[in-house]
Design a protein around this ligand. Sequence first.
Ligand code: PLP
Length: 424
Amino acid sequence: MSSESLFARAQQLIPGGVNSPVRAFRSVGGAPFFVQSAQGATLTTADGQELIDFVCTWGPAIHGHNNPVIRDAIADALNRGTSFGTPNPYEVEMAELITRFVPSIKKVRMCNSGTEATMSAIRLARGFTQRDKIIKFAGCYHGHSDSLLIKAGSGALTHGHPDSAGVPASFAQETIVLPFNDTAALTEAFAANPGQIAGVILEPYPANVGLIKPEPGYLNFLRELTAREGTVLIFDEVMTGFRLAKGGVQELEGITPDLTTLGKIIGGGLPVGAFGGRADIMDKLAPVGPVYQAGTLSGNPLAMAAGIAALKLLEETGTYERLAALGQQVQAAVSSALQAKGLPAQVPQVGSMFCTYFTETPVRDLASAQTTDTELFARYFRGCLEQGVYLPPSAYEGCFISTAHEGAAIDRACEIMTRVIQSL
Ligand SMILES: *Cc1c(COP(=O)(O)O)cnc(C)c1O
C-alpha cells in the first residue's frame, strides 16, 4: 500500500488524514509519507524510500529508532503484563532516576504526554499559590490545553486571545502572553497584576519556533523576579530535558525552577510525561493535597520500562559530547553552504538540536523568528526530502539528531543538505 493510497483512505476517516496537524505537510506543500519501519537514523516509507531522519519522532528517539536496548526492556516488561492499574516497581525506579538527573525535582508524578504534564503543572501552580493568572511567552509551545493555547496579540498584558477556536475567552483572560527575552515586559506584567500571577511557564530555550537562546541574564532575572513575587517558575523541558544535558537547560544555565515538565525522551518512544519539583508544591497534589490529577495508564509498566532504558543509556560516558559533535558537524556544513550560496540565514544549534532561519534579522523572539522566508524553507525541505533527508515539515520546528546518526548517516545528510542549498 503506497503512501498516496494510505493518505487517501486516512483523509476519509481522520481529520486531515493525520492524528497531529503538522504531519499533514500543509506548510511545506505536498502529501505526507507514511512510515513502515524505522531503524537507527533511518525511516523506511511505505513507498520503500529510505530517509535520514532529523525529526526523531519529534525528539524522543535520541538513541536512534528501534534501539535494541529499549526494545529488550519493553519485551521484558511485556512478558509480565501490559497494565496493572496499581503501583508497580518501575514507577519507583523512574522517580529515582528523574530526581537524580534533575536535582530541582524532589518529587515527581508521571503522566502520559507533555500536554498533560504542563496542564497539570499549571493547575498545581494555581492551587499552590491560590492565584489564577499565568504568564507564557509568544512562540513557546506547551501542548494543547486551554490555558496554554494562547499567543501574543495587542493588549496581551491585560487580555489574552485564544489561538485556537474552542478556547473560551474567559479562560484566555487568565493567560498573559509576553515576548521572550524582554525583561521590561515581565516587570510591567507583574506590576499590572499585583499578587495575581500563579506561575510563569517557559521553554528555557524556545524550540517550538526554531531554536532561540535566552539573552545573558534573562533567565536569572526571571528566577529572581518570580521568587520575589511568590510566583511558581515552571521550566517546560518536555523537549530539552535529557536532550541537551541529563539535567536539561536548567543544568546548562545553572537555574533552579520550582517545577519542571518532562516528556518525549522520558518515554523511550512510548507515551510518557512527567512533572515535578519542590516537595512543598508537589505535596499539594491528591491524595496528599487538594489539587486533583490522575491517569488510568499513568506509570504504565511498558512505558516506564522503555523510559528507564532510554534514561540509563544517557548515562554512558560521552553521550552528550558525541551528540554535540554531530550537531556541530551539521551546523558547520549547513551554514557554510548557505554562506557560499550567499543566502542570508542563521543556523542556531545547541548540542543535538538545530534549525535554519532564512532571515538576516537576528532571531530572539517570535516576531523576529517570523521574518524567516517560509517559502524558501519549503523548497529546501522538499529538496532534502527528494534526496533522502527528512527535516521537520515546518519552518518553525527544530531538528533533532540521535547517536545513531554518527558516521555514514550524518556525513551523507551533510552532503545532501549542501547540494540542496546549492540548488536553491
Ligand atoms: C512537545 C512539547 C509539548 C507537548 O508534548 P505532547 O507529548 O506532544 O503533548 C509540551 N511542551 C514542549 C516544550 C514540547 O516540545
